[in-house]
Each structure stands twice: as structure tokens, then as C-alpha cells.
Design a protein around this ligand. Structure first.
Ligand code: EPU
Length: 418
């Protein structure tokens, strides 16, 4: 297992490129199962979760060709298995995204139940209930969701909670169902819009993406297309927070500033100077940031996937701030590790009260999930001494070449074997 060693103290300065979004790439790769012809997906980030998705599709008999510049061509003509096995699903919950497309196009699917994870219980009841409402017969047996359907039919579905992958799964299923599906209380995340754009380019009829009501008219078949994944808004936010914490000045290219408005607002509130253009963001921070209060919420609210990074920012800020997590019930593990680096944090249910300290001190820390790991790397960038972040396979699931990008900005960081 590898680890990261970080020597804190260098302000980040310079330019980097933002990669394609993991959370947009995974549903689009699952959507390739809907199309009759080959689909090419561009701007795919080179990440573990993408490799896992490729392995998952490959095991189903799908043919995958990786072209230059991280374009992946997917051809489902040779598919001969409809199963997502436990050993893959347990490493990547997003494997559940194949359930809807498999049932819609092939009438069968067997997908391992994901189970709990480090940030909460994360059930998939909304995915399953929605597919049942569309006529699928679903049983949960031997730890697997086993589904059968002749042809799914359109349904009116109100989702109790706003769920990103739940909305995506049901949207994909509805795209090939007979008749019209209405999804109420749909997630409004940009990744949902990106998926709707992909399905519409394939010849589908999805309306309302980006609002809380989606109307999907099912079609008989969808065709292969070329689709480009949108930039990663969480990677964008993470590097901006890193620059703000280190008192640096950075320019992020190939991103989409309009997707990170809530994050930019909080960074400005913390004292950063932020400027944006069509596909770039610059940030400059003089001195320490001021602490901010924030509360996570579904898009366009403040993203839960940026919560840990702002805990790190507050930890070295002037003043005190309260971070409230409303999306997942157990997403403060990073705070316990930051406390070991000298952070002053009190956890009180869904709230973390954080009083900034002048400096953190390095410690060996353990990453518990993807965004928690990123926040510990950020804490390491400003800590005195050498921080060792273990279990970085979490980071490799969602940040492309993190140590190379940070080193390019002047950080003292290296990846070493155990
Ligand atoms: N929920 C249910 N029932 C369901 C589905 C969800 O109760 O059937 C609840 C969850 O327990 C949670 C809330 O709904 O409390 C929202 O969860 P959601 O389903 O939206 O999360 P997700 O789709 O599993 C995606 C991202 C996550 C991100 C969340 C929230 C992907 C592949 N993953 O997860 O990304 O945190 O939305 O924005 O899109 C990450 O990138 O590190 C990550 C965890």
C-alpha cells in the first residue's frame, strides 16, 4: 500500500488543469449499456473508480478500447453477463448504476447490494422501489439485487430524498421504457444534467434536467454517440481551498466556474480574491483565511463533497466556524484525524465547531474516505513537519495525479511505498 508524505509550509502557486469529473464519468459509462452502437466517452479522468467501471463492463463481455487522451470506446454488442459481483461493488458503490440500464435494455440484472460505507448507511431503496414501480420484478437474495423485466413501463415516481445516483439510475431505465416517466424530487446536480445530455444525444427524450422534475419519454432504442464528461467541480474546489489555506495564488484551467458558485462564495467570504472566466478560475489569498459557517445541501447548495476540505480550512483560520453536514450522517472522520494534528474541533451531532489555530503539526493520519483523505492532504500542506497520509487508495479513487498536480504548484509532496 502506498502513502503520501507532505512537508507543509509552501504556498501553492501556478497553473494546473482540472480533470473530467468522476461522478459524471461513472453514470455516462453505465449509460453506454443503453446504446445499440459503440459510444465514445471523452475527458475521462484516469482514476481507480473509472478502472473499476471498465473492469465491471469488461466482465460483462463488453468490449472497451482506450484511445489517446483518455477517450474510452465502449461496444456492448458482445455482452453476455448481466452481473455486478460483490468484489467490485464493495470497492465502488457506483456500480449500482448498471442496474437501471441492464434491466431496461436486457431485461435482467444481478447487482450486489453495496452495504454501508465510511460516510453513512447509504441505502439504495429508492433505486429499487423506482424500478419496481416501472414494472421490474426485484428480489434481494444472497446479498444481490436480482431483477427481471419484460419491458419497463413509464411511471410517476416521487423520490423521498434527493439522490444523485438514484435519479441517474431511474433516468437511464426510463430512457428505454414504454411510455413516459416523471421523476419528482430529482437531484439537480450538474452530473445529472451531463447524463441527460448524453441520453438525449443518443436519441432519448429527457426533459427538465437541472430542475427537480424530470420527464422522460421512453424510446425503442438508443444509438451510440461521442460524449464529453464535464469538468470535476469537486477537484476544482479542492485545489482552490488548498491555495487559500497556503496563502497562495493559482489558476485552474479547463474547469467550469459556474458549477462551483457556492464554493466560490465561501472562499470569498474567507477572504480570498477569486476571479473567473469561461473555463478558468484564479484564486489569491493573502495571510490566513477567516473561518466560515456552512451547511451542506443537495445542489445548488454547498456540496457535501467539499465539507471536509472546508473543515481543514477552518482549522487554520482566524476565528471560529461551524460546519453542518445534512446529507450523510457520519461524515466527520477527518475531524478526528485533524484533532491529532492539533486542530481545535468539537463534534456535536451533525455539526463541527472549529476554532482556527495558528498552525497544525504533522502526524501520521489515516484516510477513511475519498474527500476525508483530500482534507488531510490539505492539512498536511500547512502543517509544521512531515505529515504521512496512509490508505491513499481512497484518494486515487477520485483525484487524478494529486501529488503531481500539487507538486506542480510547488508543494513538497511525494508518494512512497509502504
Ligand atoms: N439515500 C437514500 N436512499 C437511496 C439513495 C440515497 O436514503 O436509495 C440517501 C443517502 O443515504 C444520503 C442521501 O440520500 O443520505 C443522498 O445520497 P445520494 O444517493 O445522493 O448519494 P450517491 O448518489 O450515493 C453521489 C456521489 C457522492 C456524493 C453524493 C451527494 C456518485 C458516484 N457519488 O452519491 O460522491 O457525495 O452523491 O452529492 O455520484 C464522492 O465523490 O466522494 C462521493 C461520495
Amino acid at each position: 500500500m502506498e502513502r503520501l508524505l507532505i512537508r507543509g509550509g509552501n504556498p501553492l502557486r501556478g497553473d494546473i488543469r482540472i480533470s473530467g469529473a468522476k461522478t459524471a464519468a461513472l453514470p455516462v459509462m453505465a449509460a453506454t449499456l443503453l446504446a445499440d452502437g459503440p459510444t465514445t466517452v471523452g475527458n475521462i479522468p484516469h482514476l481507480h473508480d473509472v478502472t473499476t467501471t471498465m473492469e465491471l463492463l469488461g466482465r460483462m463481455g463488453v468490449e472497451l478500447t482506450v484511445h489517446e487522451g483518455m477517450e474510452v470506446e465502449v461496444n456492448t454488442a458482445s455482452i453476455d453477463s448481466f452481473r455486478a459481483p460483490y468484489e467490485l461493488v464493495k470497492t465502488m458503490r457506483a456500480s449500482i448504476l448498471v442496474l437501471g440500464p441492464l434491466l431496461a435494455r436486457f431485461g435482467r440484472a444481478e447487482v450486489s447490494l453495496p452495504g454501508g460505507c465510511a460516510i453513512g448507511s447509504r441505502p439504495v431503496n429508492i433505486h429499487v422501489d423506482g424500478l419496481r414501480a416501472m414494472g421490474a420484478e426485484i428480489e434481494v437474495r444472497d446479498g444481490y439485487i436480482q431483477g427481471r423485466a419484460d419491458r419497463l413501463r413509464g411511471a410517476h415516481i416521487r423520490m423521498d430524498v434527493s439522490t444523485v445516483t438514484g435519479t441517474e439510475n431511474l433516468m437511464m431505465a426510463a430512457a428505454l421504457a414504454r411510455g413516459t416517466t416523471v421523476l419528482e424530487n430529482a437531484a439537480r446536480e450538474p452530473e445529472v444534467i451531463n447524463l441527460a445530455d448524453c441520453i438525449n444525444a443518443m436519441g432519448g427524450h429527457v426533459q427538465g434536467a437541472g430542475t427537480s422534475t424530470l420527464t422522460i419519454e421512453g424510446v425503442e432504442r438508443l444509438r451510440g454517440v461521442h460524449h464529453r464528461v464535464l469538468p470535476d467541480r469537486i477537484e476544482t474546489g479542492t485545489y482552490l481551498v488548498a491555495a487559500a489555506m497556503t496563502g497562495g495564488e493559482v489558476r485552474l484551467k479547463d474547469t467550469a466556474p459556474e458549477l462551483v458558485e457556492s464554493v466560490l462564495g465561501k472562499l470569498r467570504e474567507s477572504g480570498a480574491e477569486v476571479a473567473t472566466g469561461r473555463d478558468w478560475v484564479t484564486l489569491r489569498m493573502d495571510g490566513r483565511p477567516c473561518a466560515v459557517d456552512l451547511e451542506t445541501a443537495p445542489y445548488p447548495g454547498f456540496p457535501t463533497d467539499m465539507q471536509a476540505q472546508f473543515c481543514a480550512l477552518n482549522a487554520i483560520s482566524t476565528g471560529a466556524g461551524t460546519v453542518t453536514e445534512t446529507v450523510f450522517e457520519n461524515r466527520f472522520m477527518h475531524c478526528l484525524e485533524m484533532q491529532r494534528m492539533g486542530a481545535d474541533i468539537q463534534i456535536d451531532g451533525p455539526r463541527a465547531h472549529i476554532r482556527g489555530v495558528e498552525r497544525l503539526t504533522a502526524a501520521p493520519v489515516i484516510a477513511t474516505d475519498l474527500r476525508a483523505s483530500a482534507s488531510l492532504v490539505l492539512a498536511g500542506l500547512v502543517a509544521e513537519g512531515e505529515t504521512r497520509v496512509d490508505r491513499i487508495y481512497h484518494i486515487d479513487r477520485g483525484y487524478e495525479c494529486i501529488e503531481e498536480k500539487l507538486a506542480q504548484l510547488g508543494a513538497d509532496i511525494q508518494r512512497v511505498p509502504d
